[in-house]
Design a protein around this ligand. Structure first.
Ligand SMILES: Cc1cc2nc3c(=O)[nH]c(=O)nc-3n(C[C@H](O)[C@H](O)[C@H](O)COP(=O)(O)OP(=O)(O)OC[C@H]3O[C@@H](n4cnc5c(N)ncnc54)[C@H](O)[C@@H]3O)c2cc1C
Length: 397
């Protein structure tokens, strides 16, 4: 189905657009906390590989359906060009939709790689043909993407990637092992970093590819975590094929593509809309008699400072002002905010944090369990600090 025609879309002012978006969500989206709320559907944490598979399939189906509804309503990919399935509208319209979306019991987080990282990479380094091929199925909710970056010997130090792509007739043959891959089992495609040059060439020997996940040379094994649950996968590539058109950027340009990908990932995580918990926590502290506890007050103040700083930074970025090392700075603030809020929630709730079916603690337990992962995913806090120091402040390595 084509996106609805909207002759006034580009002339539409912010308030007018906001009102139109709000009205659509009010008519179509479940409320937060209602029985139909699926805003946490992306937090898949299962006890067995079978449960993990079933939960992932459910999460992706719900997300596909919602993304398709956004697309049909003309609210998906607002700033993407028409030939990529979008509307060519100003970028602030994407922010308006994301802000409204965060208020409702809905989520497109399972599609984060496709909606955020893939366009950043393809607009920065891809060809017009790649954009026209890969982007429309994402915006229509048909294709989900994941990232094949980390390896057992290459996490923070991605220059050590060993997975190798060798030229074969019509494209590339890929062999190696990836780890910590989120959503591998429910994605049609992945952004892959592989070595096409010599190991000694480090960064210069890397290239980026779009690889199909549902092919015989790709084996996905769910990883059992220390908690006993499953969230990630190992991915074994054994002669997996990438056609020539799957090379993104030039041969050996993988490091530049990776920098674009990671910057967009960090900006996407840091620009996330869940860092809004300080006020909620103040209410909870008052209700449960912890408002005078100096430890709680300190944590809440620290969380509120990060929340406010994030808001101000986002406003500067949205207004087009230069913010040095914007992605790493917002990602680091976001991760610190999550840790401080989780610590405050644990102190306020006490033993109730261990009771998963308690209505007061349940919404906090998910955030509590997710906070440590935020310090690592998309690059660890230490790596963000290094990047801020070197690229933001111009300090020596
Ligand atoms: C929720 C989540 C989702 C993820 N999803 C994906 C995914 O979809 N695809 C994917 O490819 N990967 C994914 N990852 C993996 C993630 O990118 C890596 O865990 C991360 O980059 C760190 O790599 P590592 O685990 O190998 O740790 P290491 O790089 O081994 O780091 C170990 C410790 O050493 C520190 N350290 C390392 N180098 C330096 C340095 N130069 N200076 C200071 N300190 C340093 C780190 O900060 C860390 O504390 C995910 C991780 C999480 C937690």
């Amino acid at each position: 189905m084509a996106t609805p025609a909207e002759p006034a879309a580009h002339a539409e002012g912010r308030a007018e657009f906001q009102a139109r978006v709000h009205a659509w969500f009010a008519a179509n989206a479940p409320r937060k906390g209602s029985s139909a709320d699926f805003s946490a559907v992306h937090i898949v944490s299962a006890r067995t590989p079978e449960q993990f598979h079933a939960q992932e399939q459910h999460a992706i189906a719900v997300t596909r359906d919602w993304q398709r509804r956004l697309f049909d309503a003309g609210l998906a990919g607002r700033s993407w060009p028409a030939e990529c399935g979008g509307h060519g509208a100003p970028a602030w319209q994407d922010d308006v939709v994301a802000e409204e979306q965060a208020r409702w019991g809905v989520s497109t987080k399972m599609f984060a790689v496709g909606l955020e990282m893939v366009p950043a990479v393809l607009f920065g380094h891809g060809t017009a043909e790649q954009r026209a091929t890969f982007l429309p199925p994402i915006v229509r909710g048909e294709h989900s993407w994941c990232q094949l970056l980390s390896e057992p010997g290459a996490g923070s130090d991605l220059a050590s990637v060993q997975t190798r792509a060798t030229p074969v007739e019509g494209g590339w043959s890929v062999t190696g092992q990836k780890v910590w891959t989120s959503n591998a089992g429910c994605s049609e495609y992945a952004l892959l970093i592989a070595r096409t040059g010599r190991k000694e060439d480090g960064r210069a020997g890397l290239s980026c590819f779009a690889i199909e996940m549902t092919q015989p040379g790709v084996e996905i094994r769910p990883l059992r975590q220390i908690s006993g649950g499953y969230h990630f996968n190992e991915v074994f590539l054994d002669g997996a094929f990438v056609p020539e058109g799957g090379l993104i950027g030039g041969l050996g340009d993988g490091w530049a593509v990776l920098r674009t990908m990671l910057a967009s990932e960090r900006a996407a995580i840091g620009g996330g809309t869940s860092a809004r918990s300080a006020n909620e926590l103040v209410g909870l502290a008052k209700r449960l008699g912890h408002a005078d506890d100096p430890g709680v007050r300190d944590l809440l103040a620290q969380a509120a400072i990060r929340e406010r700083t994030l808001d101000l930074l986002r406003a500067r970025i949205a207004a087009g002002h230069p913010v040095p090392a914007a992605g790493p700075t917002t990602k680091l603030l976001y991760s610190e905010h999550a840790r401080l809020s989780a610590d405050a929630a644990t102190t306020i709730l006490g033993m109730a944090t261990t009771v998963v079916d308690d209505a007061t603690s349940a919404p906090w337990i998910e955030r509590l369990l997710f906070a440590p992962g935020l310090r690592l995913g998309g690059g660890t806090d230490e790596i963000q600090r290094n990047t801020i120091a070197e690229r933001g402040l111009g300090l020596p390595r």
